[in-house]
Design a binder for this molecule. Structure first.
Ligand code: ZN
Length: 376
């Protein structure tokens, strides 16, 4: 460094130099982000989220249950980097990234991280974007419908604990189907008053006809596989099949989010057997969606997770939980329908998955996230 250069640098405060350095780093990083301006348009888009599902959850499930996984037959496999603005993420911030293309604060549901935006602007979620393009929409989860993941695809609020508010927003969301475990925060009268048929078991589910709006409030363990589920309850795979069947009647196509919520729940409690059963049930649902996409030819499927839970590691020749909380481990990302987003082995940031799905919905989508002014 020359004497003059050294003199100039000594006058610049450290923080400024650090900011300039980070700007260069981010510019370089943006160069490796996938280009998504010439991408293929899909009629139907399905995102399937295994909540808490890391790479080792798949290995553990395969080893302990002696199964192979349909998701691993998908042609493209990469990874998603899930950390939130500050640290390892929760399901709210993780799903906000996947639903809105925005990295937000822990507990934030479909909101920007900056307080100034939270009071006047919110990011549009993929469900709302699909609705604006005339597509049918659906949300299916083994969780309560006010859980963080379904909430981020159907509501906006600064804290995932505002469950009454999330349920109230869902009741007027006009999303064609919202199917989940029964929620004590959902006012069934209000849901029905907004034109929804409420179903609580498999028989009622199967009686639903296309073109009707429905709210599933199932009373049993819909996270289970067909071997252990109660006979009057649908599996996640059956819910997926029925949801696609109903939404596919729309000639403008559909957007569908499916969540296997219990992979996370049983990872928090370190219950290996239940966790691997939840992985298998989720994978059965993936198989159902893949079978449809292969026949349909106009469907994009993304399978991923919002974050890893349980810090599963190989110990000897067994996969074991090492914590009861979330970790910062990257999570698997599978793509069916195109190799334009990622190629095998590539990593993306979680929010780029939402950006990619948004752009895949149609030429008219020029940017994502989309800021929406909040009406009072
Ligand atoms: Zn969790």
């Amino acid at each position: 460094m020359s004497v003059t250069a050294r003199r100039i640098f000594s006058k610049i405060p450290f923080t400024r130099m650090f900011v300039a350095f980070m700007a260069v780093v981010f510019t370089l990083m943006s160069g490796i982000m996938p280009r998504i301006d010439t991408q293929k348009e899909f009629k139907n888009i399905i995102i399937m989220i295994g909540d808490g599902m890391g790479e080792n959850h798949l290995l553990k499930a395969k080893q302990e249950r002696g199964i192979s996984l349909a998701m691993e037959t998908m042609p493209i496999r990469g990874q998603s980097v899930t950390s939130s603005v500050v640290r390892s993420t929760d399901s709210a911030a993780g799903a906000t990234a996947l639903a809105c293309g925005v990295r937000t604060v822990i507990n934030g549901v479909g909101v920007y991280p900056e307080d100034v935006y939270q009071v006047c602007k919110r990011p549009m979620n993929l469900t709302e974007l699909a609705q604006s393009l005339g597509k049918s929409t659906g949300i299916v989860t083994s969780d309560d419908n006010t859980g963080a993941t379904p909430a981020c695809f159907s509501a906006h609020t600064d804290h995932r604990g505002n469950r009454d508010e999330i349920a109230a927003q869902q009741a007027v969301s006009n999303i064609d189907l919202i199917w989940s475990y029964k929620s004590s925060h959902t006012d069934v009268d209000k849901v029905q008053a907004n034109g929804y048929t409420v179903v609580t078991n498999k028989r009622e589910l199967n009686a639903l006809e296309s073109g009707s709006k429905s709210f599933g409030q199932f009373t049993g363990d819909i996270w289970r596989t067909e071997d252990t589920i109660a006979s009057n309850m649908p599996t996640l795979s059956e819910l997926t099949d029925k949801a696609i069947d109903m939404l596919d009647d729309d000639e403008d196509g559909f957007f569908l989010m499916i969540e296997g919520a219990h992979i996370d729940k049983f990872s928090h409690s370190n219950k290996s057997e239940n966790m691997t059963e939840a992985v298998e049930a989720f994978d059965d649902a993936v198989k159902e969606a893949l079978d449809f996409a292969k026949k349909d030819g106009e469907t994009l499927i993304i399978v991923t997770a919002d974050h890893e839970t349980g810090g599963i590691k190989l110990s000897g020749d067994e996969y074991v939980f090492t914590k009861t909380s979330h970790s910062t481990a990257n999570v698997p990302l599978f793509v069916y329908g195109t190799d334009q987003f990622i190629t095998n082995g590539k990593k993306v940031m979680n929010k780029q998955i939402a950006q990619f799905m948004a752009m895949s919905m149609g030429d008219e989508v020029k940017e994502f996230p989309i800021k929406v002014k909040i009406q009072y």
